[in-house]
Design a protein around this ligand. Structure first.
Ligand code: ZN
Ligand code: ZN
Length: 301
């Protein structure tokens, strides 16, 4: 993506963002159609407000905080301008993703293979995932502080790294979207970290960010589940509610890529909504600890 402006104008040319007819047909087959419709209305109402809010916020940030002063990770004062808001020591500890990665999921591969064991056995609805960091060491700390420590400013540093990765890997996309939370989940945390990352990336690439996906129900924590269980857990959870995805190359943004089950469920909803293709960009990707031996998902990490 080199011409940010054309993305912006294409996006606008795509027409009215609030077409009622399609909104009606999209979810009428669902058993929870009424809930979905309410969520769609809420998403659309929020969209315009959010775009305005984020534009104003970034403009204010640029005007009021021209200097970055402390390291996002350790809090050390930064004496010189750095590419990311990190001190030299934290930068040297970053678990940067190696050059040789799985062509699909982006996890590091130690041998010469093009695909990791997991991707040799599974098919995904998205084309690829790319991440600047391995989910380890201080990358893990940063994501944790962002998600659970409420340190929202870390999204700026991770978003800058993700943007560099997007450009370095020659990724292409028209519109950025993020993994949604339910209303209750977002209310509980106070923000959606995937959205914060998407806004940072969108701002840097001059790419529109669209809340095209909604999450229709809360899901159990997925950490301890196998890939198969995660897929089951996520069935019918995500829906695409914006027509603007039709024929577009979408960039799906999340904090961590683990098994790919969440990204896959969201990519599936976007494709169903008419997206041409979906690429995924995350701040970090987990390492495959053990080879995936079986097809039934039981050996999946
Ligand atoms: Zn530091
Ligand atoms: Zn892979």
């Amino acid at each position: 993506m080199t011409d940010g402006k054309s993305h912006e104008s294409n996006f606008k040319d795509n027409g009215d963002m609030h077409e009622k007819d399609n909104e009606e047909t999209r979810v009428k087959d669902s058993g929870e159609a009424r809930d979905d419709k309410r969520a769609i209305k809420r998403a659309k109402r929020k969209e315009r407000l959010k775009t305005f809010f984020w534009k104003a916020l970034f403009a204010t940030k640029r005007a009021v905080y021209p200097e970055d002063v402390t390291c996002d990770c350790c809090g050390e004062e930064l004496t010189a301008k750095t590419r990311y808001r990190l001190c030299g020591e934290c930068t040297s500890k970053l678990p940067i993703i190696p050059e040789h990665i799985c062509l699909v999921c982006g996890t590091p591969i130690l041998d010469e293979a093009d695909y990791c064991n997991r991707c040799q056995q599974n098919e995904y609805k998205f084309l690829r995932n790319r991440a600047p960091l391995v989910y380890d060491g201080i990358a893990k700390d940063m994501v944790y502080k962002l998600k659970f420590g409420g340190k929202k400013y870390i999204a700026s540093t991770l978003g800058a790294m993700m943007t560099d990765e997007f450009l370095k890997r020659n990724m292409q996309a028209d519109i950025a979207v993020y993994i949604p939370m339910t209303y209750d989940e977002e209310k509980k945390r106070g923000f959606n970290q995937s959205e914060l990352l998407a806004r940072e990336v969108g701002e840097r690439l001059n790419m529109p960010v669209l809340p095209a996906l909604i999450k229709t129900r809360d899901t159990a924590a997925q950490k301890q589940l196998t890939r198969k269980e995660r897929e089951e857990n996520l069935k019918g959870v995500f829906a695409c509610v914006f027509d603007e995805v039709k024929g577009r190359k979408m960039l799906l943004i999340d904090d961590v890529f683990t098994t790919g089950a969440t990204a896959n469920a969201c990519a599936s909803a976007l494709i169903k909504g008419g997206a041409r293709e979906v690429s995924v960009l995350t701040a970090a990707v987990t390492k495959l600890k053990i080879p995936v031996e079986s097809n039934d998902g039981t050996a999946e990490i």
